[in-house]
Design a protein around this ligand. Structure first.
Ligand SMILES: NC(=O)c1ccc[n+]([C@@H]2O[C@H](COP(=O)([O-])OP(=O)(O)OC[C@H]3O[C@@H](n4cnc5c(N)ncnc54)[C@H](O)[C@@H]3O)[C@@H](O)[C@H]2O)c1
Length: 451
């Protein structure tokens, strides 16, 4: 069946889906819904200018059902701020639509339960969570290696994710810095990482302990470091005092940001470049989490959002060896303004870089010689994951998914519930069992047993 696709939430991220759909023509793009008419108009202008695609019909948030009916959409892409995903997933399912939702599927356990109940009530609509990291060829290579048993059964995983002071800082300028909107980085960002570990090890998380806090961003931390001067403006664009501040961005200097955000400010009041050292930020920037899985795999995880370098270091300890996988970006000083592109040219594969700055997979068998495995990011966003995922989800026409990369709502839940439990653990100081939050197929042990 050819899809008739409409979007709810057409900010920055939607661009990647819209561009891919408009250029590949693998599905019919038929409608936009958003609280901002300005952002919808910008996307329509780009559709015409970049792709020669006719502008599509636009609808306000209260016209979502009307959009689905009048455009005869059978698939809705949900790409609003995270805290609204549940609302639109449930509304789309009620009308019998399939849904592709951006990660995180939602932001807390209450909304998660709502989605799972709705999926049960409306089985004709399918929910897919757009876990693009699974589609990056480098991450897929690690999945293939682990599935082929190169380290035997994985017993423990250690994953460190670093966000640098350019990309990491950006979370503290935007709506992501409010826990109610994003669930904090443990949900908004770590959902990618928890999902990768769930998928790589084919495991379902069981319980979670977390500690962490806001230790770098925010006014109090800046003042304590003697950087009080950085706190004296509420935002960056148009502020003379912010000139020379390494954390400042200028929305007017980037045409994409100018058209999507600066031009829409009078309409929605959303300020995309708030000072990262302002009061009131209630998310964490430095976190440690321990997860135990139903399969007895253990994960130790850290996330740091104020690092001088960006990337991931993950190791798998198996009963027949160990696999080390690093994927680092160029240092923040040399990267262009981040839009989370992670293109191959960003992945540090250039000549002359030390191994620890490249994509690097090395297998250490017990009592055998260690060996490296080549892995190359593909063209397009997120190490090549974005185009592969979008093509498969919208134009796959039944193409095989041997690695099980398409995730439904239960697998989406298995990822966000780790973050939701970790958020609870931060408050209570307790280890939190996921079954206290949501009952997720109690008899299942493997992620692949979940939808
Ligand atoms: N998979 C990835 O790698 C990746 C990367 C970036 C963002 N994302 C996800 O994509 C989604 C959008 O992120 P973004 O960076 O584009 O943010 P954004 O702020 O640029 O866009 C969000 C859009 O949602 C709209 N919106 C807000 N509230 C709404 C409501 N109640 N009804 C309808 N529309 C509403 C806003 O007006 C805006 O246009 C988020 O869920 C985010 O987590 C995923």
């Amino acid at each position: 069946m050819r899809h008739r696709v409409s979007f709810v939430g057409v900010g920055h991220r939607a661009t990647r889906f819209i561009d891919e759909l408009a250029s590949s023509k693998s599905a019919d793009l038929v409608g936009f819904c958003d609280i901002s008419a300005t952002r919808m108009a910008a996307h329509n202008r780009w559709l015409v200018e970049k792709h020669g695609h006719p502008a599509v019909a636009t609808f306000g948030a209260d016209q979502f059902e009307e959009m689905i009916r009048s455009t005869r959409s059978n698939l809705v892409v949900v790409a609003t701020v995270d805290s609204h995903h549940d609302e639109y997933i449930v509304r789309a399912l009620k009308l019998g639509c399939h849904v592709v939702t951006e990660k995180p599927m939602t932001t807390d356990e209450v909304k998660c339960r709502r989605i799972l109940e709705s999926a049960q009530r409306c089985p004709e609509g399918r929910i897919t969570v757009a876990f693009n990291y699974r589609w990056a060829p480098t991450n897929a290579k690690v999945k293939e290696l682990l599935d082929s048993g190169v380290v035997g059964r994985v017993k423990s995983v250690n994953l460190e994710w670093l966000l640098d002071t350019r990309h990491g800082a950006d979370y503290f300028r935007r709506w992501h810095s409010e826990k109610l909107q994003s669930g904090g980085l443990l949900v908004h960002k770590s959902t990618h990482h928890f999902d990768l570990v769930n998928w790589w090890t084919d495991s379902i998380p069981a319980d979670v302990f977390a500690s962490g806090g806001l230790r770098f961003y925010g006014d109090t931390n800046a003042v304590a470091r003697g950087e009080g001067s950085r706190t004296r403006y509420p935002r960056y664009t148009g502020q003379d005092a912010a000139r020379g501040d390494a954390f400042a961005i200028d929305l007017s200097a980037n045409p994409h940001f100018r058209d999507l955000y600066l031009a829409a400010e009078p309409e929605t009041g959303y300020i995309r470049d708030r000072n990262v050292f302002r009061p009131g930020i209630d998310i964490e920037d430095d976190l440690s989490v321990i997860v135990r899985y139903r399969s007895d795999v253990m994960l130790t995880y850290t996330l740091n959002a104020f690092s001088p370098r960006e990337g991931m270091r993950v190791v798998f300890n198996g009963d027949r060896g160990r696999l080390e996988y690093y994927q680092f970006e160029k240092s923040h000083g040399t990267k262009s303004e981040s839009d989370e592109g992670h293109s191959p040219s960003d992945n540090g594969d250039s000549e002359g870089r030390p191994d620890t700055e490249k994509t690097f997979i090395r297998v250490y068998p017990h009592f055998g010689s260690p060996y490296s495995v080549a892995a190359q990011a593909g063209p397009g966003g997120h190490w090549g994951g974005d185009p592969l995922m979008v093509r498969h989800l919208f134009g796959g026409n039944g193409a095989s998914d041997a690695l099980g990369r398409v995730a439904g709502h239960e697998q989406g839940a298995a990822s966000i519930l780790v973050g939701a439990a970790a958020n609870q653990s931060l408050v209570s100081g307790r280890r939190i069992s996921l079954s206290e939050l949501v009952s997720l197929k109690p008899g299942a042990r493997r992620l692949s047993e979940l939808t």
